[in-house]
Ligand binder design. Structure first.
Ligand code: TYD
Ligand code: MG
Length: 456
């Protein structure tokens, strides 16, 4: 066999180059190219495994009318967790290949062990671990009350052995924990490199698509992003779920980043307890549970997470700058957006923020990703600056423009319904907002300045 020529692959972005370069032409990263031997084209056997049922490898692909295609293959399998079902778009789909990514220690192994215990499937489910001992996994399972005869545990790192074992026990669901700890011996590159990750994804796709076994691949992401890690697999899988949250806070957020079988941006909320992850059925109540009474700098807004409105408390602290340069620190709010709002407050409302440090925080660890929260963020800052608490029963919902004008937000009625259920009586919204059938008094304003006047 002819010797395969090496290539150099950027570990940041996956860019290929025939020779080593100090700087990656793809993403501009320095010293990120690593020598690898390219992946061989799949053999006929492998190709057959890779081909979805109904598409033979030998014959030319056939087009069929949509109506002739059997959609029962998309029947959903309940995971035993409503939050997980929601994020997946209604449950697991046979043959789905799902990437579950998150920081080390966030709870990926815990979530998948609970999935294996709770999933509505008869027959064996297989948990493959390349990083923990049987004893460790067993003790976690005990803690979670995940027992019984249906969960099979395999500790292995080598893809050939893993595939043999899958052939042998024919599992109904597979969890591979984690993609960075298994390897294909065909490739000379090290564990966790881009080539290995791609190969692991390709081979998993083989059993997921070829035999319809839903598969969850666990991937660690590093904070500094120094390893491309599971990102290079994102386009190969059907769904990418991110498990997020502050490791030291109790809440964990499961977010669908991509989902071929459901809405993306759907989230599920969990509470990490001593006995594993508990569902949080009412996130608004959870996030507002510890809201301080009569505190300056606290405002409530509602964001849409996928299909669901969630009420969030934004907190601001404004304190005189000690060292010449004022600090702006945000957690859960986009930094650029916060700076823009502060500039609008300074210019349009004359708020003297240039000698003040401003800190912003979204309580509970959720990130606000939409401009509908602008007004809430701005009012939290004004309230903190004036040291004057906002009325407790008021919700803030509007986008703020650069001239200080307020703009209407989408799905206002749904957000307000959630607020009404949580006991809010009034909402400051942009003029012209229309809602149907909501038991909440609207305070309509054209401008941010008007909102500040009307709310107190
Ligand atoms: P783990 O699932 O091992 O994280 P990952 O697989 O993402 O690296 O869980 C990590 C943390 O969760 C660990 O620090 C301990 C904590 N934990 C609980 O608080 N309760 C539990 O029931 C379990 C199993 C773990
Ligand atoms: Mg783990």
């Amino acid at each position: 066999m002819a010797k395969r020529k090496s290539i150099y692959v950027c570990q940041e972005c996956g860019h290929h180059s025939p020779q080593w370069l100090g700087k990656c032409p793809g993403c501009g990263a320095w010293d990120s190219l690593v020598e690898e031997v390219p992946v061989a084209a799949p053999t006929k056997n492998q190709a057959a495994r890779l081909t979805p049922p109904g598409l033979g490898t030998d014959r030319a692909p056939q087009a069929e009318p949509l109506s002739a295609i059997d959609s029962s293959q998309l029947a959903r399998i309940g995971t035993g967790s409503q939050e997980l079902d929601r994020v997946l778009g209604g449950g697991l789909v046979p043959g789905a290949l799902i990437l579950l990514a998150g920081d080390p220690g966030i709870g990926k192994s815990t979530l998948t062990m609970q999935l294996m215990a709770g999933v509505h499937l008869d027959g064996p489910v297989l948990y493959i671990s390349g990083e923990e001992s049987r004893g460790q996994i067993k003790s976690r399972a005990n803690r979670l009350g995940a027992d019984g005869d249906k969960i099979y545990l395999l500790t292995a790192n080598q893809m050939d052995l893993i595939e043999d074992y899958i052939d042998r026990i024919q599992p109904k669901l597979i969890v591979l924990d984690s993609v960075q700890t298994v390897y294909d011996p065909e490739l000379t590159s090290a564990l966790g490199t881009v080539s290995q990750l791609r190969q692991v994804a390709t081979r998993s796709m083989g059993w997921a698509k070829g035999r319809g076994i839903p598969t969850v691949l666990i991937g660690h992401v590093t904070k500094d992003g120094s390893v491309a890690g599971p990102r290079v697999m994102e386009h190969m899988v059907d769904a990418v779920l991110y498990f997020e949250g502050d490791r030291h806070s109790q809440y964990r957020i499961l977010r669908a980043f991509k989902n071929r079988f459901g809405a993306s941006h759907e989230i599920g909320l969990f509470d990490m307890t001593r006995a594993g992850l508990a569902e949080v059925p009412n996130p608004s109540a959870a996030f507002l549970a510890e809201r301080p009474k009569n505190a300056a700098g606290s405002a409530v807004t509602a964001t849409m997470e996928g299909n669901r409105p969630i009420l969030l408390e934004v907190q601001a602290l404004v304190a005189s700058t000690v060292f010449g340069y004022p600090q702006r620190k945000t957690t859960g709010v986009d930094n650029a957006r916060a700076l823009m709002l502060m500039a609008v407050l300074e210019k349009r409302l004359g708020l003297a923020l240039s000698k003040e440090d401003v800190y912003l925080n979204v309580v509970g660890g959720l990130r606000i990703g939409e401009p509908a929260a602008d007004l809430g963020i701005a009012l939290a800052i004004v309230s903190a600056f004036d040291n004057r608490p906002l009325p407790e029963d008021v919700l803030f919902l509007a986008e703020v423009g650069l001239t200080g004008e307020l703009r209407r937000v989408s799905q206002l009625s749904r957000r307000l319904q959630e607020a009404a259920q949580m006991g809010f009586r009034r909402a400051v919204v942009a003029a012209g907002s229309r809602v149907d059938d909501v038991d909440i008094e609207l305070i309509s304003c054209n401008k941010l300045s008007q909102a500040v006047e009307k709310v107190w």
